[in-house]
Design a protein around this ligand. Sequence first.
Ligand code: XMP
Length: 516
Amino acid sequence: MDTQTIVILDFGSQYTQLIARRIRELNVFSVVLPCTADLAEIQKHKPFGIILSGGPSSVYDLDAPAADARLLELGPPILGICYGLHFIVHHLGGKVLSAPKREYGHAEVTIEDGSTPLFAGLPSTMQVWMSHGDEAIELPGGFHRAAVSSNALAAIANEERRIWAVQFHPEVHHTPLGPQLIKNFVFGICGAAGDWTPAHFIEATVASIRAKVGSDHVICGLSGGVDSSVAAMLVHKAIGSQLTCIFVNNGVLRKNEFAQVQKNLRDKLGLNVVAVDATERFLAQLAGVTDPETKRKRIGAEFIAVFDDEATRIAKETGGVDWLVQGTLYPDVIESSSVKGPSQTIKSHHNVGGLPDHMKLKLIEPLRDLFKDEVRRIGRDMGMPEEILGRQPFPGPGLAVRILGEVTRERVALLQEADEIVVSEIKAAGLYSKIWQSFAVLLPVMSVGVMGDQRTYAYTAAVRAVHSEDGMTADWTPLPYDVLKRISSRMVNEVRGINRVVYDITSKPPGTIEWE
Ligand code: XMP
């Protein structure tokens, strides 16, 4: 059976991904396509309903997104949101009044047509997050006004053509009853069944991996993080011993992490994990290097070299490797297909994407339709431990970008101890899952201290804790004083080599989360 899908056409709103998430929270699958997707592409998804997102443009702009208006004739029910409303009105023969710029704000709307199914079960007035900008001043034939705000049109409907549109944003938290409206569209109007559950996803994904791979051999690079672990687990469920996971110790993992990941994934979950301790190779590459970008590049290149060596060895043993598993997530997929221009590289990130040509592996990306929280749900459903699923993000170049200056074995050991204290105190305070990232940074700054009657001259550690939605922006977290106090006192007392602790109170921007 096909997965019932709501197609969301992205006209550039900052809220488009939220629409997709609200629908998926109802156990209905949704995809985001650029608004310029051609009709065949839209139809490929056999949409149960189509949502036109908001966007920053005006329908009269010369550079307004070039969406094909025939999408309004495709057949499935349509819901326009904000710009989506203007698009419908403009292309079906109504009139939109252009305004110089769009603004947002709280508003109260009054529902005039409570009988339209979009408003089923909703009160006659409700709070919404309104977008003020262009306004529909003349409706196309067959449409009627279904709701108003104090000074503008708030919703229109054409039951016969099965097209609805709202000027406000039902997908954001500032519209408290928005979820009910979306529910009305998805279930009441489109008639979706709500059967896109974790169990359904796992079953469908496992079946498709099995069909795709046949008797081929597959490899997967594990980082110990949520995405690669859940991706590997799905493939493992599908093809068992045909999958070999490669987990590399790059010498800059956290304390005990090399052992812990093996224990979780191999011993508890039964994955076939080849663990490679390449500490020496990486530390040799990092000797004498202080420039952050050079560190990242060397670690990236060495990772690929180690991975390639292992893959070649596995290929010899298994008679050939054909596939590579990657933990690509949906936001990356949307990002790379969106119309936005390339952004400047602030820091180069590495992943397994840059494998040498001679490997010529085909990709399996079992998470490419999922958001991060959905990956966790799927992992939970497969019985994976919370220790893996709840782990805070950890950068590929590991502690190397948290040791400012040269990375040496001694400094890695110091930072591992300091980091372990931060993490364990944050966990003990019940804050670990509420914080995006919390860690220690080792600064190449020596200062004088006193310990007992002894003068000390040792390193400084910085503590960093940030709140973030996605790592793109972040606010520093005001950790409780008693937690900071315990972290500081334990670090100075337990880590010989650190005698001073400072707290990083920089948000992103203008700072970045990692120090390098
Ligand atoms: P920044 O420091 O750029 O970090 O504010 C944003 C988020 O990305 C993580 N990060 C990385 N993740 N490879 C990764 O897989 C990398 O090279 C890398 N650099 C930064 C960082 O931990 C934060 O969550």
